[in-house]
Design a protein around this ligand. Structure first.
Ligand code: DGP
Length: 113
């Protein structure tokens, strides 16, 4: 998608701080971190959100979740972390390219919303 911010990050047109990449997945630090560790994991293929997951191959989604685990280990999140994917306006999704937030590095609230 030529006008998608995260597609431009994957292509390098917009700079980012990469933490992980493979043939299906790209991961980078959030520009506005909410926790000491805040990484975004995205599929390289464009899907607007989980609502479009029926278009994805299982391996593309599995690759994202395997990347989450690898990054959590690499970022020393052995005390735990949260994985969030905002989907649509009620969830305040602001970038319409499927992404998984990894949040960690401190004790979080027991409230999720
Ligand atoms: P969401 O609100 O769930 O759609 O999260 C989008 C996230 O993307 C938000 O936490 C901020 C982050 N973000 C937006 N623009 C950029 C950018 O240009 N670079 C980086 N690294 N992160 C961005």
């Amino acid at each position: 998608m030529s006008d998608c911010l995260f597609c431009k990050i994957i292509s390098g047109e917009i700079p980012s701080t990469k933490v992980y990449e493979d043939d299906l997945v790209y991961a980078f630090r959030d520009i506005n971190p909410q926790t000491p560790v805040h990484v975004l994991v995205i599929p390289k293929k464009h899907f607007a959100s989980i609502d479009e997951i029926d278009r994805a191959e299982d391996r593309e989604i599995a690759a994202c979740l395997r990347a989450v685990r690898l990054i959590a280990r690499h970022e020393n999140l052995e005390k735990g972390y949260r994985v969030i994917s905002n989907c649509g306006p009620d969830a305040c999704q602001s970038v319409p390219h499927l992404h998984f937030h990894i949040l960690g590095g401190r004790k979080m609230s027991d409230q999720m919303a």
